[in-house]
Every structure is written in structure tokens, then in C-alpha cells.
Design a protein around this ligand. Sequence first.
Ligand code: BDR
Ligand code: CA
Length: 317
Amino acid sequence: MTGPAEEPMKIIIDTDPGQDDAVALLLALASDRLDILGITAVAGNVPLPLTQKNVRIVCELAQKPGVKVFAGSRAPMNKPLITAEYLHGKSGLDGPVLPDPQMPLQPQHGVDFIVDTILREPPGDVTLCTLGPLTNIGLALQQAPQLSERIKQIVMMGGGLFEGGNVTPAAEFNIYVDPQAAQAVFASGIPIVMMPLDVTHKVLTTRQRVADIAQLGTPVARAVVEMLEFFERYDEEKYGTDGGPLHDPTVIAWLLKPDLFSGRYCNVEIETVSPLTEGMTVIDWWQVTDRPHNALVIGDVDADGFFKLLADHLARL
Ligand code: BDR
Ligand code: CA
């Protein structure tokens, strides 16, 4: 006997594509277990006009032009924008040649969409998946602090512990770009699942794994391979690894198959003042303080299981 079909999980994805964001979006768009209420773009890897366009390019690549895409914040809450063209290329999505999107950008501001949606949906229903700097979420919480009691959870890519940082010795890009927003999120009381560099550096796009995706032979698979071949170059050289880390899809993979991952509940605080360690995620992994746990910090992953999940989903598009 089978039980009643599970309702799809309601999610909003906040993102700054970015090739790894694009793969995360494709993974989510391929799943019938996720109800994507909307995708909000934020400035990060590249400026907002490109990130919002890239989200729509990816939706059309997945043949999902009906998804609602919103443009959010152009700049972090309290500092000038820092971008990462050195890693993602000028467009943010360098690698494949993909057509300009035809699907519309929604007229509403991304932050207003987040606020309205969370206030409209029943409390505890909506998960926020964040793949970029946390600006849109920080501003939404500033605008409507009561959101923190209504959001089911935030699953985020950001921060680092034993791996340190990737943009400064202490800080990971998403947190470094907008530490004030990250601080607001970690202080909000919303349940948080955090994918730091410690776990994303374990999902490497090795030659074999990219070949497995190529072997799917679809236009989506081809585009993904071209994105990964562009994107991994910089990190392969930097870390001396076979392939680069595929950060952002870990967020979606956690929703679809949490048993691929393991971690522990910790206190996480964000450094916002020190010029040397700005954007550092201070994670009490060894529980040496009595500061309250505010996040499930993921430390390990079954990387082969992760890439199998990804390939199985890409094959559906
Ligand atoms: C994060 O920064 C961006 O470059 C990636 O898209 C990812 O979200 C990794 O530090
Ligand atoms: Ca990203």
C-alpha cells in the first residue's frame, strides 16, 4: 500500500548566477518535489542586470519559461558591491553560447516578492534557498521582521570553517559581499542549514563526473558541461585538484536527499567589523561557548551520491 502523495516543498530561490548557481537552478527545475514559488536575483558574482538575465536564460534552457523571476538588490546593505568575473567570466555564465531570454522579468522588486509571499503563505510553509550574498533576505527581514517566525528554514551556501575563506583568508564570497545581511540572517532565529566551503570543496567536478554528464547527450547536459569546463579552470589551478567545487547545487541536493549530508548544530556569528576578518563565519564547531545553536552546519557529503542525484535530474530536462 502506498500513502498519500507528498506535497511538493514550497521554495523561493535567491541567486546570483554564476555557473554553479545555474546548475543548482537546473537541479531544482528538474525536480517534481519542489514547488518553486519564484526566483529572486541578487547582485553578487556579476551585477544585477546580468544575474536576473542569467536566471531567465537558465529557466529557458530548462524549458520552464513560466517560472516567476524577480530582480532584487543591486548592492549590499552597507558596502559597495564586489563581483567575481575572474571566476565566472564577464557574463557570469561564460562557457556555453545561450540565447537571450524571451520570458519576462516580473515587475515586482525581489525583496517585496519575498515579503509578500512569506506573509501570504501559511506560517512554516516556505523554505528560502540562498545561493548568493544574503542582501535580499537581510532587506526583507528589515522590512518585515515578523517574517522570521513564518519562514520554515533557510538553506544557504556560504561561509567556511576549517577550509577558511576563498576571497580573503578568512571569508567566503557570499558572506564577504554582504556581512551585514548575513549577520541579520544568523541573528533572526530562522532555522538555518549552512553549506560552507568545507562541504562544497568535497563535491569536485572531476573529469569522470563531467564525462558522465556529457554522456546524457542532451542540450542541457551540453550546456552544463560547457559551463563547468569554463568555471572549474580557475579553481583547479588554485587548489591543484581534478575539477572545481560545485558549491550551490549542494543547497538543492540537501532538500532532495538530506541523507547524503552530515553536520552538526552550532552557533555561527558573522564578523562585520574587523578589516582583517570581515565576513568570517565564526562557527563554534567544538561547542566551546554556550552561545545558542543557530544553524545546522554541514561538514560532509557523499560526493558520488550527490553527482548521481544531479545527473539523474539533469537527464529529465
Ligand atoms: C559562492 O560564491 C560564488 O562564486 C558561487 O556562486 C558560490 O555561491 C562560493 O563561494
Ligand atoms: Ca552563487
